[in-house]
Write a new protein. Sequence first.
Length: 441
Amino acid sequence: MKKPLVAVIGRPNVGKSTFFNKICGGKRKSIVKNEPGVTRDRIYGDAEWCGHAFYLVDTGGLDVKNKDDFQLNITEQAELAVELADVVIFLVDGREGLVSADHDVANFLRKYNVPVVLAVNKLDNNEVDKSYEFYELGLGEPFVISAEQNLGFGDLLDAVISHFKDKVDPELDKERLNIAIVGKPNAGKSSLVNRLLGYKRVMVSSVAGTTRDAIDTPFTYNNKEYMLIDTAGIRRKRSIEKDSVELYSVMRSFDAIRRCDVAILVVDAVDGLTEQDVKLAGFIHDEGKPSIILMNKWDIVEKDGYTMLEFENKLKNDLKFMDYYVSLYASALTGKRIEKLMDLVNTVYEKSSYRISTGNLNEIIQNAVLTNEPPTKNGMRLKIKYVTQGGTNPPTFIIFVNNKDLMHFSYLRYLENCIRRAVDFKGTPIKIFVKDGKEKE
């Protein structure tokens, strides 16, 4: 059963992102900063009230009469959010009072056949009398809240869920595969999201920094549930100003990698693989995430019969630390080869989730030892007693030995290669831990 979607709408700086973060469990999913325009796209989060599970979506501040390109994009995103929503929470600023921009937003919402719940924010002392003027908007009873102080949420959310047609139990909600799309600014991440979804989900612009938040979008592909996470472009650390919105955005991008199930590293094929791309690949590798290297904008790369081979040779050279990588040469703009991407996503995730039986695993390691004897140190030889798989995502193996100090990193690398030759772990890192242990009984 599809979860209802609740959109948070309002003019800039009325506290939408703070409200969104509090309702979604207190985590700062949406960037909060006292600066108009910080939230530009729609930001999704999971929420639950009185046993009802729903999606909450934060939107950019609406300035309906402003016609510059960025504001038109924000308005377009808000329109789409309202069109998709089952309920709209219209947030206004009770401290500042009713202003003409609130009337503009109310008129904007009246164009849509969707229930609207009016919330008067920033009234920290339950100052109900300050909410009366908002009856003038003609949207029913205003609910007094303080997002900052966690006040008034109960009555407001009761009103929201009263508009739901069906109840979706949070425990029965389908498990989704989280896909993080990461890369440098202007590599084509947002274009890729829009291409996969089939509609304009996120703002696309040649201006670096258009995407500021890690934007979660649920979608279905071949009857399977996914969450696409579009992230802010990550520049070199020295290029980012301290305490800037960009710094928060980059932190959110790294967090998106940590919480994803599969990472897609989008590389601008026109620029080629850069030092920053390699650093991002290294972070994905260190986090143990299965991944795909998407060489984007392949349609505009000047090519001859050896171009792809040259690109692959550079990938092999620069990504030696993750020689398990999977690459795809495609174009988010034209859609060329993008149809292969989701199948690759599922494949690398399945590889990361694969478990080898203990018997097969020990046979692989025993054959490896027979082929290449373990190293010695100070007259002592390393002895491998047994191996077990400790977990998945990423596949994690524990090797029990007579003395772990005798294990040389090169031999550990050799054992990893033996495991990879026996089992196809393409696209996913594997982790191996060495422990001192007694003979297995």
